[in-house]
Design a protein around this ligand. Structure first.
Ligand SMILES: *Cc1c(COP(=O)(O)O)cnc(C)c1O
Length: 415
């Protein structure tokens, strides 16, 4: 054991650098359950403030739904608190298998394997199904967990420009000689809220004998007319070889993820995926909660329909007020400010007006593309959205950006 000042200072220096770069992350403490209305404390010890939450992944408003909570209680009472085992030793309950069946049915795949998280699903899947004779071709904007998963895999790797089908085709041609080709994309991209062109990607994959993997974490439960995901939205339901997704966003928001897709691929994961083999799976209380989420979603599309209406209302309101948005048709609505400091000032002023929405800037988004990313929920009522809109307009007027073009905002605030 040795922790002299010399070592300590190495870390202190790095932490100071992060502070200096203005990218030090500070957590705010929420003193209520996750919902449209939350009570937030800043670590600086400010008073609790009631705000409207515009930045949760709680798309369907199910994170504190009474029926989900009741189901979780029942799961706790009937199946206990923990399994104290990984799945293949003595950690598989009947409800784990039931959830795998439900996910398979919902996503329209052949089979499903649960993971402790989608991060773990992505960490395990590539290594389990590919070797050094194979190639992974990924969109340049895929989620960090996919990047990490690809790093853990011995297959070769290449990328294509974000959503460029021409570039993807070039890469498929370039790698025609590889044993297996796996094309990899997010279904909905979380920073811009745009959707992958899965219809075109399926065609290209069929033409060049490639498999397609879609991470649908920001889509499962609400994108597509019955909420099955981006494959439903793009009319390629049943045609995706591998889908990874999370239960930590729309589907109750607790934790857990899965790989769902071709039977053999799921079986390879069961045999070889290391986060599955060496980490405890989802606790019974969460499995029970997610099962209830699927009951709710199968019974009616009411929640995803409401979410769609809310998101359209929000987009229209902001656009009419003169804000610049990233185009899209998802509940992720980025309000573009371009300048990093402006995004931070804007976010702080919104908070003072009772609206909780975070400003993102480099390196989370490309340089000069700072923004407030808003995320709409079925848990929002029109009065929430109207209040938030009022606050955005008030702060937008303060900074004089309403009705300005991108160039005008940049001229005014710089990059
Ligand atoms: C959130 C997210 C994940 C991680 O999900 P967890 O279950 O919280 O680990 C993975 N991929 C994408 C695209 C995500 O948005």
């Amino acid at each position: 054991m040795s922790y002299p000042d010399k070592i300590k200072n190495i870390y202190l220096t790095q932490l100071a650098e992060i502070q200096h770069a203005g990218i030090f992350k500070e957590e705010r403490f929420i003193h209520s359950s996750q919902s449209a209305d939350i009570e937030v404390e800043f670590p600086s010890g400010s008073d609790l403030k009631k705000v409207i939450n515009m930045c949760a992944n709680n798309y369907l408003g199910l994170s504190s739904h009474p029926e989900v909570i009741r189901a979780a209680h029942e799961g706790l009472d009937t199946r206990g608190y923990g399994m104290s085992s990984v799945r293949f030793i003595c950690g598989t309950q009947d409800i784990h298998k039931e959830l795998e069946r439900r996910v398979t049915e919902f996503l329209g795949t052949e089979d499903t394997i649960l993971f402790p998280s989608c991060m773990d699903a992505n960490a395990g899947v590539f290594e389990a199904i590919l070797t050094s004779e194979d190639i992974m071709i990924s969109d340049r904007l895929v989620h960090a967990s996919i990047i990490d998963g690809m790093r853990l895999c011995s297959a070769q790797h290449d990328t294509f420009k974000h959503s460029s089908m021409e570039h993807l085709e070039e890469k498929l041609l370039l790698h025609a000689d590889k044993r297996l080709k796996l094309v990899i994309t997010d279904g909905v991209f979380s920073m811009d809220g745009d959707t992958a062109k899965l219809d075109e990607m399926v065609k290209l994959c069929e033409k060049y004998d490639a498999m397609l993997l879609v991470d649908d974490s920001h889509a499962s439960g609400f994108i597509g007319k019955t909420g099955r995901g981006t494959h439903e939205f793009c009319n390629v339901f049943g045609k995706i070889d591998v889908i990874t997704t999370t239960f930590g966003k729309a589907l109750g928001g607790a934790s857990g993820g899965c790989v769902s897709g071709r039977k053999e691929i799921v079986e390879m994961c069961r045999q070889k995926a290391r986060p599955y083999l060496f980490s405890n799976t989802i606790a019974p209380v969460i499995v029970s909660g997610v099962l209830k989420v699927f009951d709710i979603l199968s019974a009616s599309t009411e929640r995803r329909d409401k979410l769609e209406k809310n998101a359209a209302y929000w987009r229209k309101g902001l656009t009419e007020a003169g804000f610049l948005l990233k185009e899209g048709n998802t509940p992720i609505v980025p309000v573009m400010l371009f300048n990093a400091k402006l995004s931070q000032d804007f976010s702080r002023d919104l908070f003072n007006e009772g609206i909780y929405a975070i400003g993102f800037f480099f390196p989370v988004v490309p340089n000069g593309q700072a923004r407030i990313r808003t995320q709409i929920s079925a848990g929002h009522e029109i009065h929430h959205l109207d209040k938030a809109l009022g606050a955005f307009i008030k702060v937008g007027k303060k900074y004089g950006i309403l009705g300005l073009t991108k160039d005008q905002i940049i001229e005014k605030y710089g990059l």
